[in-house]
Design a protein around this ligand. Structure first.
Ligand code: COD
Ligand code: ATP
Length: 198
């Protein structure tokens, strides 16, 4: 099975690229979705997060993501503590899903991971796609999509390697600074290249 990594930065356009890939018939696994599954109510993941970060589970038994985000995005040590809990769980769940897809005979899988390069997981991938935009555009899209002020956007951007550094690891760079038609054309070319690998 071919396993390709897809990454970018917050609000760089990974979801947009993923949507196009799925339309083309690609099987895409999303680390943000898996990261939510491993902290669903009743999971060992949520128990571990709750033990390390008191007060982040609401009265409904669900993770209060806004409160936890406020604790970790501006604080590298707290973020590292959260990553130490969640990342091994996300990795294991990804491996389980990959195995299930392999058993179904799926030939290629794309794994969408915001922190692919920060976590070193890009080295497991056959090839890597980076969804890139200039930093000022990334910040503007982040502020407008999530309703963040400038400081909150900067805190989230500072929690990730800059896109200009990530693109150095890319087999394919998708430049998402143009219109959606331009992005679509690049994604279609990349998908053809993935198919051509057999
Ligand atoms: C801190 C949490 C609760 C904030 O939740 P929220 O709903 O606001 O954001 P969401 O999960 O949708 O993430 C949005 C984006 O934030 C960035 N991000 C998320 N977690 C991290 C992190 N630990 N470090 C740096 N950036 C991160 C990613 O670009 C992600 O796409 C949540 O992101 C979380 O539990 N993070 C830890 C798990 C993780 O590392 N996930 C990333 C994929 S492995
Ligand atoms: N080519 C484009 N032109 C204009 N706006 C765009 C383009 N691509 C994405 N956007 C907008 O930018 C924002 C970020 O895009 P998207 O949600 O796809 O990013 P993402 O990388 O998946 O972000 P995250 O990892 O934070 O979920 C969205 O509001 C989206 O509608």
């Amino acid at each position: 099975m071919h396993v390709f990594g897809l990454t970018g930065g917050i609000a760089s356009g990974k979801s947009t690229v993923t949507r196009i890939l799925r339309e083309l018939g690609a099987e895409v696994l999303d680390a943000d979705v898996i990261a939510r599954e491993v902290v669903e109510p009743g999971t060992p993941g949520l128990a571990a997060v709750a033990a390390r970060f008191p007060g982040v589970v609401g009265s409904d038994g669900r993770l209060d993501r806004v409160r936890l985000g406020a604790r970790v995005f501006g604080d590298p040590a707290e973020r590292a503590a959260l990553n130490d809990i969640t990342h091994p769980l996300v990795r294991q769940a990804f491996m389980d899903k990959l195995q299930a897809l392999e058993e179904r005979g799926v030939a290629r899988v794309i794994y969408d991971v915001p922190l692919l390069i920060e976590s070193g997981m890009h080295t497991w991938m056959e090839a890597v796609a980076v969804v890139w935009v200039p930093r000022a555009m990334q910040k503007a899209r982040l502020m407008s999509r999530d309703g963040l002020d400038s400081d909150a956007a900067d805190a989230r951007l500072a929690a990730q390697l800059p896109l200009d550094d990530k693109r150095a690891h890319a087999t394919w760079v998708i430049d998402n600074s143009g219109d959606l038609a331009s992005t679509r054309a690049q994604v279609e070319a990349m998908w053809r290249a993935m198919l051509a690998r057999g």
